[in-house]
Design a binder for this molecule. Structure first.
Ligand code: IPM
Ligand code: MG
Length: 341
């Protein structure tokens, strides 16, 4: 009986997590859930964004499912303050989750929900592979005497392993995104990715793009891309940009993998303080994150396929939360998926 560590988090996190657990229960009835506070909720209760106990529960689980962390209550611009996001950074680092996979596959039923023209996004099937435990997020930083700094560091080994993840995920083409005309880390990145390509994946086409050009091409010709592999912060930015190909952040799941232990599965969206508490958040990103957990951590691709098909059918029959132009509540959207199962 696999145990799922459940971290609903803050804002709409608990709302979408509840709807998703209901759906997951219907797909796989042999799962148990071990629920813990994380983010702002954990700061309020324990003074830290992720307790040792919650971390241990995650380490002992088969997969970690997270809602979303953060909110205005805990926002601070003070250097060194306790912040909800630290829970996420601790999980990513302690579980060794160096590879963040974010698939962007606009569903035909939602082509018109994207701000981009339908003929641009039709047939887009893009995976962003974001390095998740290095770069600016984990480098040394500080503020003193009217001066602040953040450092970006990458080692050959860190680049090699994320490059492999990218090539393994690709059928025909990998686009490696860097800023090699400016940054030393990017020049190292480019040379390591090129070597891994020629040594291990010569059958895959590799192209290098500078991040600014990649940002432009992503909206000008999104079908150009199959797999984008890039460092932590470029991946953070490009994946929010790519989310608009699908019309709503409310649709997008992600998987963070790489360690020997469990993976972490979470919506790409945040806690949406503007709609938190109203019960109208789109639970599909959370539900599809569970779908990725079934596929990537629990070895149940068969169930993942069933779940994906159920989401697709619910949308095709017109089920819509407000973010994608409808009026269903979070619970009703969950029910619409359940009905298809
Ligand atoms: C993400 C989020 C986080 C990140 C934030 C909440 C710190 O934007 O997962 O993309 O930047 O990694
Ligand atoms: Mg982000």
């Amino acid at each position: 009986m696999p145990t799922i560590a459940l971290l609903p988090g803050d804002g709409i996190g608990p709302e979408v997590a509840a709807a998703a657990v209901q759906v997951l229960d219907a797909v796989a009835d042999d799962l148990t859930y071990d629920e813990h506070l994380a983010g702002g909720a954990a700061i309020d209760a324990h003074g830290t964004a992720l307790t040792d106990e919650a971390l241990a529960a995650c380490q002992a689980s088969a997969a970690v499912l997270l809602g979303a962390l953060g909110g205005p209550k805990w926002d601070t611009n003070e250097s060194g303050a306790v912040r909800p996001e630290q829970g996420l950074f601790r999980l990513r680092a302690e579980l060794g989750l160096y590879a963040n996979l974010r698939p962007f596959r606009p569903l035909p039923a939602l082509y018109d929900a994207s701000p981009l023209k339908r003929e641009l996004i039709e047939g887009v099937d893009l995976l962003v592979v974001r390095e998740l435990t290095g770069g600016l997020y984990y480098g040394e930083r500080g503020t003193s005497d009217g001066r602040a700094y953040d450092t970006m560091v990458y080692t050959v080994a860190e680049i090699e392993r994320i490059a492999r993840t990218g090539f393994q995920a690709a059928k025909s083409r990998v686009t490696s995104v860097d800023k090699a005309n400016v940054l030393d880390t990017s020049r190292l990145w480019r040379s390591v990715v090129t070597r891994i390509h020629s040594e291990e994946f010569p059958h895959i086409e590799l192209e290098h793009l500078l991040v600014d050009a990649a940002a432009m091409r992503l909206v000008a010709a999104p079908r150009h891309f199959e797999v984008i592999v890039t460092e932590n912060m470029f991946g953070d930015i490009l994946s929010d940009e790519a989310s608009m190909l699908t019309g709503s952040l409310g649709m997008l799941p992600s998987a963070s993998l790489g360690g020997d232990g469990p993976g972490l599965f979470e919506p790409v969206h945040g806690t949406a303080p503007d709609i938190a508490g109203q019960g109208i958040a789109n639970p599909l990103a959370a539900i599809l994150s569970f779908e990725m957990a079934l596929r990537w951590s629990l070895g149940r691709a068969d169930l993942a396929d069933r779940l994906y098909a159920a989401v697709d059918r619910a949308l095709a029959e017109g089920a819509r939360t407000p973010d994608i132009g409808g009026a269903l509540t979070t619970a009703q959207m969950g029910d619409a998926v359940l009905a298809q199962l």
